[in-house]
Design a protein around this ligand. Structure first.
Ligand code: ADP
Ligand code: SF4
Ligand code: MG
Length: 351
């Protein structure tokens, strides 16, 4: 068991649901997904640098960070979806190494054992086909079954994700669904083959707050019922607070902090995590006197011209308060710690 597996073991935040019966042969005993030292470059530009995490069945890892921090690139690497990138490190899914695996093996795993949902369901749904046919076809790509049985499966899945009148709605087209209902359709499609891992990339970003809460509840319910491992990618710590067991905070393609969700919210150690928390309504630990939320000043680094040393230093309040120590501008802070990992030269600094 790797270090971050231990993190999950020790949180005990949620009772682990029973693992559903095996659909894909023998199961390994370790985490369903074990990523070590993952780096991704496009040409000479490195956008993900040495990221390590794992996810157990029935658990949810939240990957958080501002736009451009490398969240999507990391998850697309897990699914083997990069064409022109150099991917190094190790991605072990249920005992199988995926880095360097033949594309046919990855194609078979995608959709059957690993599934992904995106922010914008319209870009993944075909406008001309009914949603029932699209779910049925996705199912038939991986399961040998008749058209009729696949269509029944589609109706069943629409019911499972809470779409009223599923038989009638299966005959409708994507544009006839609201944003929230379309996201439910995507979840139905992703889950039709009963995957072991679901990667959700900002699935609620485009939705209003009430619908967002409903979709997160739905994912959490299905996850608990099926013993599914979930990676929830978001720029919003509020989303992570609702759903994650463990949290990985990314900044500029690197890990800033990685630990149990409750620790992230109660005792964050990285100034970037603290800054993110201070900007979330309801979670804010650092509201201004007048009750306004503090945004982190400045903007995230470009991977073309990352700042030297700690990539966060140009925006870091702790660095400024410590009168700009040279170590922060000269040396890249390594990730240290076992259960609570943090990459900061002054991790015990002001909270
Ligand atoms: N196909 C690509 N080619 C070159 N650069 C890319 C590509 N995809 C993403 N990037 C860059 O990688 C960085 C991380 O992107 P991404 O993982 O999408 O961020 P986010 O955390 O918002 O999901 C960004 O700077 C982005 O511009
Ligand atoms: S290493 Fe220095 S600049 Fe980076 S987060 Fe820590 S205190 Fe801030
Ligand atoms: Mg993204």
């Amino acid at each position: 068991m790797s270090e971050s597996g231990t993190v999950s073991e020790m949180t005990g935040r949620r009772t682990r649901p029973a693992v559903r019966p095996a659909g894909g042969g023998e199961r390994s005993g370790g985490p369903i997904l074990d990523v070590k030292d993952l780096s991704v470059s496009f040409g000479a530009v490195q956008v993900v640098d040495g990221v390590t995490f794992n996810v157990d069945r029935g658990r949810t890892l939240g990957i958080v960070g501002e736009s451009g921090s490398g969240k999507s690139v990391s998850s697309l690497a897990v699914l083997g979806l990069h064409r022109n990138a150099t991917v190094t490190g190790s991605i072990v899914f249920d005992g199988q190494e995926l880095v360097g695996a033949p594309s046919e093996r990855l194609r078979k795993l995608r959709g059957s054992r690993m599934a992904m949902i995106f922010q914008d369901p319209l870009s993944s749904l075909h406008p001309f086909y009914t949603v029932g046919d699209q779910i049925a076809e996705a199912y038939r790509l991986h399961r040998r079954t008749s058209r009729r049985a696949a269509r029944e499966r589609a109706v069943e899945m629409l019911a499972e994700v809470g779409i009223p009148e599923p038989r009638r709605r299966a005959r409708e087209h994507p544009h006839q669904f609201s944003g929230g209902m379309r996201q439910r359709v995507m979840i139905a499609m992703a889950l039709a083959c009963e995957p072991d891992l679901l990667i959700a990339d900002e699935p609620t970003t485009a939705l209003d707050v009430t619908v967002q809460a409903q979709i997160l509840e739905l994912i959490a319910r299905i996850q608990a019922e099926r013993g599914l491992a979930v990676i929830m990618i978001t720029h919003d710590l509020g989303v992570v607070a609702r759903i994650a067991d463990d949290v990985l905070v990314m900044y500029g393609g690197r890990t800033a902090e990685h630990t149990a969700a409750r620790t992230i919210f109660k005792a964050p150690r990285h100034p970037y995590t603290q800054g993110l928390l201070a900007s979330v309504p309801g979670l804010a630990t650092g509201e201004e006197d007048d009750g306004r939320l503090k945004a982190i000043p400045g903007s995230p680094p470009s991977p073309l011209t990352p700042p030297p040393g700690c990539r966060f230093h140009p925006r870091c309040a702790r660095f400024a308060a410590a009168q700009n120590p040279a170590i922060c501008t000269e040396e890249h802070p390594l990730l240290t710690g076992t259960v609570h990992k943090v990459a900061c030269h002054l991790p015990g600094g002001t909270q």
